[in-house]
Design a binder for this molecule. Structure first.
Ligand SMILES: [Cu+2]
Length: 486
């Protein structure tokens, strides 16, 4: 069944495929009711590309985007939303969707307290938009799924950056096509440097490396296969658009900003026993570093870690790997170095949370009969406000994964606000989850309570599962922040 049919069965407007690639979804892969049948795991007809020997090509560090203009308080950027033919699998060319046509999408580096304006021109043949994930931004700049940039048009998004330094990312959020667009490549890093960071002397500059991890499926000819009904077929893991690259490092500390940019896959990252010193989560630096041996990252979650290579000899290797998927990046120690950086014992204090004035319940669930993707038994309706919140108020949200029966994972993302995790099934959050977050992984049957303050802006924002096929098929709700006086 063609995706267009699949989508229309799901109640969506059929969208033209961006790329006339030789990919189809087999009838067996489509679920009754039109939702993606993730748990059916049908065989797929694609002969996937041979990925060759690991560690034969270097990691690509995303280029830092240069502003087209710099004014007193604002950095101005331009990016085309376009396509790029890039070599992801050695010897093959893959057409990806791209911001700017680079081999890997550029990083926007913002500074706390300095505004950024990005003008995106849509050079594709279908609508797109851009969401700054984790950003505290006005509703009209949030990339609401119904607020689109039509083909040939351009749009300015404004980001005030009046929030703590954090590893955010920008990605497509167009209604029903967000999952395909992100899968095909529409995501990049947006890093806010906090005004408190330079004094901490964490590794910086060429020793501060963003790495976007994801899964993918490539056909024998190198084309990227979009197979929404069978995300488990995505057998090729990528780090910054390369499969199993190597990265030459000096024998010193590096700060790695890890993002799970997959639309469905969860990563459990380790460094083969080497310590990953976690210094940050979605919303920025933790109160204190946390030594980890492995870090779970659901789709859209980030972790900032420091790896210290100073104890290794030149010629040694450290492999960053996923628990089930194998190697992601090999770090090759190639030279000695002096290291002026450090990991201070205290990073960024967490403020005391204001008292909550409301508690709400959000149950994420896939209907086992219709396969509709639901929050509190409702599929997303852009014309419906599900949750009305008074500006400035603090709330506790209990987020429940109601899919113990189907054994489905979910990952809950709240726009506008960074939240704090209060507990998981009543137990205190793990140390790596004690800081600010905007996305939370929720196991089948689990419940997580988070607390957020909704201040700064009015209007309509989203919350949704960040397994983007779930949100594309309805696991998304709308909140409206209203003035205190109303
Ligand atoms: Cu989900």
């Amino acid at each position: 069944m063609h995706r267009r049919t699949l989508l229309s069965l799901g109640g969506a407007a059929g969208a033209a495929l961006v790329i006339p690639a030789a990919e189809t979804i087999t009838p067996a892969a489509a679920a009754p009711g039109g939702a993606p049948a993730h748990h059916h795991r049908p065989p797929h007809p694609v002969r996937s590309a041979a990925t060759g020997e690991p560690f034969t090509r270097p990691l690509v560090v995303p280029p830092v985007l240069r502003p087209v203009a710099v004014t007193a308080d604002t950095d101005h950027y331009r990016l085309d939303v376009t396509t790029a033919d890039i070599e992801i699998i050695p010897g093959l060319t893959s057409r990806m969707l791209s911001y700017g046509g680079y081999p890997v999408n550029p990083t926007i580096r913002a500074r706390q307290g300095r505004r950024v304006r990005v003008t995106y021109r849509n050079r594709l043949d279908q609508p797109v938009n851009v969401h700054l994930h984790g950003g505290h931004v006005a509703a009209q700049h949030d990339g609401h799924p119904m607020d689109l940039i039509q083909p040939g048009e351009e749009r300015v998004y404004e980001y005030p950056n009046q929030q703590a330094g954090a590893s955010l990312w920008y990605h497509d959020h167009s209604h029903h096509t967000e999952s395909e667009h992100v899968y095909r490549g529409l995501y990049g890093f947006y890093l806010i440097e906090g005004s408190d960071e330079a004094a901490l002397r964490l590794p910086s500059g060429p020793y501060d490396i963003p790495i976007a991890l994801r899964d993918s499926l490539f056909a024998e000819d190198g084309s990227l296969v979009w197979n929404q009904a069978d995300p488990f077929s995505r057998n090729t893991l990528l780090a910054n658009n390369r499969h199993q690259p190597y990265f030459p490092v000096a024998a010193r500390r590096y700060r790695l900003r890890l993002l799970n940019a997959s639309t469905h896959r969860t990563f459990e990252v380790n460094a083969g026993g080497a310590t990953l010193t976690q210094v940050g989560s979605d919303g920025g630096l933790l109160p204190a570093p946390v030594p980890r041996t492995s870090i779970l990252l659901g789709p859209a979650e980030r972790a900032e870690v420091v790896i210290d290579f100073s104890g290794y000899a030149v010629g040694d290797h450290v492999v960053l790997a996923d628990a089930t998927g194998g190697p992601l990046v090999r770090f090759d120690v190639v030279r000695r170095a002096t290291d002026p950086s450090c990991v201070p014992p205290q990073l960024r204090p967490l403020p005391t949370l204001p008292p909550a004035t409301a508690e709400r319940l959000f149950v994420m669930r896939v209907d086992p009969v219709t396969f509709a993707s639901l929050i509190n038994d409702k599929a997303f309706d852009p014309d419906r406000v599900d949750t009305t919140i008074t500006q400035g108020s603090t709330e506790i949200w209990k987020i429940v994964n109601g899919d113990a029966g189907l054994n489905l994972e979910h990952t809950f993302h709240m726009h506008l606000a960074q939240f704090r995790v209060l507990d998981r099934d009543g137990a205190p959050p793990a140390p790596g989850e004690s800081g600010w977050k905007d996305t939370i992984y929720v196991r089948p049957g689990e419940s997580v309570r988070v607390q957020a303050t909704f201040d700064g802006f009015l209007g309509r924002y989203l919350y949704h599962c960040h397994m983007l096929d779930h949100s594309a098929f309805g696991m998304m709700g709308q909140m409206e922040i209203v003035p205190r006086t109303s």
